[in-house]
Design a protein around this ligand. Sequence first.
Ligand code: SAJ
Length: 406
Amino acid sequence: MVNVIGLGYIGLPTALMLATHGAEVVGTDYNANLVETLNAGKTTFKEDGLDELFAKALNAGIKFTTEYQVTDTYIISVPTPYDAFSKKIDAKYVVNAVNAVLDVCQKGATVVIESTVSPGTIDKFVRPVIEQAGWNIGTDIHLVHAPERIIPGNMVYELLHNNRTIGADEQEFGEKIKTLYSSFCQGDIVVTDIRTAEMTKVVENTFRAVNIAFANELAKICRYAGMDVYEIVKICNMHPRVNILQPGPGVGGHCISVDPWFLVGDYPGLTKVIGESMKINDSMPDFVLHRIEQIMEQEGIDDISRVGLYGLTYKENVDDCRESPTLQLLGSQHRHLAPNLKSYDPFVENDIVDAQYHDFDKFLQDVDMVVIMVGHDEIKHNFAKLQGKVVLDTRHIFTQENVYHI
Ligand code: SAJ
């Protein structure tokens, strides 16, 4: 039996995949409300194909509980936030989960850490906890790190098709966990050591963050110099060895806006490019705010409460608002410039900010200018509804003459 600890964005789909591919799975989460919701037959977030997978997993016998199970294989998939000041990882959820596993597990158990951790976290925080509890790593407990790589919005597909990395102290146990993931994963699975697995995961997200920062910096240069950044990126990307990502209103989510800071926190003197890239991405919501002011002046709009932000999530077609550029913009220190901005998001049912709308048409009625912060399909297919509005499209979905861009 596999006990998956942490039933969030990564743990839940992973548990469901294992359960629908032959493993006996129990999912454990300390959040009793979440467990209750799952036991009531409902999923806790929206994701293509997740409800169908959930139904199949229930049929296959998956169980959800707040209790840790007595078994030989644990997959820990709990959050790894970072300290906003020191930029270092806060490993407390991982450490607590490992401690709770040690309270119940059998000798010889394999503990897989699936949470993203900064390079060295397992050496620094996990091994000491196990050793202090009197367990011998390598005989009593086998440690494995299997970081996920799936992209929110396409998780179910990517769980099945992405290549994976597994880091283990002992090849034999790396291969054992490779076999477990191979039950559903059709991609290649590389087995390496734990520090390499930790580092590759963070490097992958850092690569994307730096590339987006490069695109964002180009957007600033092009705005200053009166050039079209999208045309320039498009043409450059026709070169066989150039692949620049898209500029945008900032970087959100719990991965690309977080993981690179782990490297900056641990190697402050060695991370010039990475640190500056993160600052550029973090500066984009304010850049959008200033762009709004410019356009308002140009268009003769003098009431900021007639400006509405479309999209509160961190990217298109997901309901996740963590670190979202829109929330960064609304929380900006320059917010006094824009105290009454309205907002709307079809994926966000709860009220999370002031002046938030839940009806697209009502939102449009109450604004003269729409700032597209997120390219949800809803807006992509509804350009006609924006007729008569001033539009600032930070995602470059619309290329019509009268649409403004960042
Ligand atoms: N963004 C841009 N321009 C782009 C692409 C993205 O501004 O060209 C913005 C998005 O709008 C969003 C943010 O960046 O705000 C991050 O979105 P994303 O789609 O690039 O990535 P995430 O955070 O949803 O998922 C990433 C993925 N990592 C990589 O592609 C290297 C995913 O594979 C990881 O599993 C995930 O992080 C994770 O959990 O670490």
